[in-house]
Design a protein around this ligand. Structure first.
Ligand code: BLA
Length: 511
């Protein structure tokens, strides 16, 4: 199964989602060459919604389709300092039968893109005032958890979606919902984890550029893009920045399995990688006014800066916490009759030092354990095995059983292990344990209707990805951090000095 899954996931990641050749049906798209403004593409719903025959659209000058004044507005906007590459600008001008359509304009890959959406005016009142209020609530917060909690509430108030989540990625791209605000009768998703394969790499790459995405109606039928068949443009149109871009059918299937009717997603981009996303769900179709959408983009960027600030604050806090724990352990070791007695007395600090749920020490061949650990014989066996690979250094394992399959049965107490050899006596060591992570969920829904890998194709269904993921997650703990490894090393100094000190004291008493 594993090999097939890897191949399947690769096929998933190779779907060229930036060139779908189609849009979502709530708008109309026109693309023209940036050089001479000749129209190269229109969406198939163009004629029906404008009354202009398709034939006369493709190949003609953009100005002849939208009129001279709008054309001047578009050119002016793209030339203005308001416009930066990779940006989209929202203009409003009358277009054909529609008195005021929102027109979202951008330039990319040699084309000018015009995306017409029904005029959607937000009734939020002045958005700047809302932004002020949101910032006032957010800026003094110094914990990521609390910050994200507020962000979900602010986003829900601003956009009206049924459910708003902050989704955070770990180093491997797996995600966890770290904050949520939803309608009270909805089943919460808070704390659930999802596999990296739910959002393939090319999508993550795209989301660094296109920071806000909306699916207005998950049940939509894509509208094809029509291109000039006289070869004005032979390349497929790169829609990386198009708000109307038709999304991957696999993702649509996934959302349908979840019972979601509409989504809004905002990237949280840290430096040049995706830290997380703000993901909004609505049970029924829903759109966002253009100005609110733009505000979501700005808010997403501000939130990322605030998260950076909070995480610096948290790093300092946990450094101080570890320093305190080390000081408490040191005191206890100095005060008591032996190092073991000192560690036992300071066992809370010993566990807290590296956020472990259990620990064991082996000093002079004798093993003692604290917190939640495997039975003593198994614990000893673990220490002996880890000794074999430690080479005097700290060893950090998220999955003990991946390295030592014989310990698979210990996963509920000792899935992750942090091992610290004490160098005074061969065999002496401290080991900390963490249990395996809580299992993920499979979406609710009729399992008989679950999507399967289709015969003859390599398509992977979301359900299959969950099965593979559950296998992967089994026997894995939360990862150990470098800060924790450093704290373990600091502790080693305390223990080493303590052992020498107590040995000397014993000698003094003997002499
Ligand atoms: C995209 N998958 C996504 C996105 C999310 C998720 C958030 C981004 C959507 C966007 O920004 O608009 C996953 N959505 C979730 C999760 C939750 C949620 C975990 O709401 C939890 C509450 N997906 C699969 C499999 C494949 C796959 C197996 O599960 C491929 C075989 C593909 N997901 C997939 C693709 C995209 C995607 C291709 C990109 C969609 C696009 O932008 O075109």
């Amino acid at each position: 199964i594993a090999a097939a899954t890897a191949a399947d996931l690769e096929s998933c990641a190779s779907e060229p989602i930036q060139i779908p050749g189609a849009i979502q049906p709530h708008g109309v798209l026109i693309a023209a060459r940036a050089t001479d403004h000749r129209v190269t593409h229109v969406s198939a719903n163009f004629a029906a919604s404008t009354g202009i025959p398709l034939k006369s659209a493709i190949g003609s000058p953009l100005a002849s389709l939208i009129g001279p004044d709008p054309m001047a507005a578009v050119s002016g906007a793209l030339a203005s300092e308001r416009y930066a590459p990779a940006n989209v600008l929202t203009l409003t001008f009358p277009f054909q039968r529609d008195p005021d359509r929102n027109v979202v304009v951008h330039r990319h890959a040699g084309h000018i893109f015009l995306e017409f959406e029904p005029a959607s005016v937000s009734h939020q009142g002045p958005l700047v005032a809302r932004l002020h209020a949101i910032m006032a609530a957010l800026r003094e917060i110094t914990s990521i958890a609390e910050l994200c909690e507020h962000v979900t509430q602010a986003f829900r108030a601003l956009t009206g979606y049924d459910r708003v989540m902050v989704y955070r990625f770990d180093a491997k791209g797996n995600g966890q919902i770290i904050a949520e605000d939803c309608r009270p009768e909805m089943e919460p998703y808070l704390n659930l984890r999802y596999p990296a394969s739910d959002i393939p790499v090319q999508a993550r790459r795209l989301y660094l550029k296109q920071r806000v995405r909306v699916i207005v109606d998950v049940g939509y039928r894509p509208v094809a893009l029509l291109a000039d068949d006289r070869g004005l443009d032979s390349e497929p149109l790169d829609m990386s920045y198009c708000g109307l871009r038709s999304v991957s059918a696999l993702h649509v299937e996934y959302l349908q399995n979840m019972g979601v009717g509409a989504t809004l997603a905002v990237s949280l981009v840290q430096d040049d990688h995706l830290w997380g996303m703000i993901v909004c769900h609505h049970l029924t179709p829903r759109s966002v006014p253009a100005d609110v959408k733009a505000l979501c983009d700005v808010l997403g960027q501000l939130v990322m800066l605030l998260i950076d600030k909070a995480s610096e604050h948290e790093a300092i806090e946990s450094f101080l916490y570890r320093q305190n724990a080390l000081a408490a352990i040191k005191q206890s070791v100095e005060r008591t009759a032996s190092v073991s007695a000192g560690l036992i007395e300071a066992s809370d600090a010993l566990l807290g030092l590296v956020s472990a749920t259990g620990a064991a020490i082996r000093l002079n061949g004798r093993v003692r354990s604290f917190g939640v650990t495997p039975p003593i014989e198994e614990t000893e066996a673990v220490i002996t095995q880890l000794q074999g690979i430690a080479d005097d250094d700290v060893v950090m394992l998220e999955s003990l059983e991946a390295r030592f399959p014989q310990f698979a049965t210990l996963a509920s107490t000792a899935s992750g292990a942090l091992f610290l050899p004490i160098l005074n006596n061969p065999g002496d060591a401290i080991v900390w344990f963490r249990p395996e992570l809580p299992q993920t969920v499979v979406w609710a829904g009729d399992p008989n209707k679950a999507v399967q890998v289709e015969d003859g194709t390599n398509r992977l269904s979301p359900r299959k990805s969950f099965a593979a993921w559950r296998e992967l997650l089994r026997g894995t703990s939360a990862p150990w951090t470098n800060g924790e490894a450093g704290a373990a090393q600091d502790l080693r100094r305390i223990v080493t000095v303590g052992l020498l000190h107590h040995a000397e004291a014993r000698l003094m008493r003997l002499s």
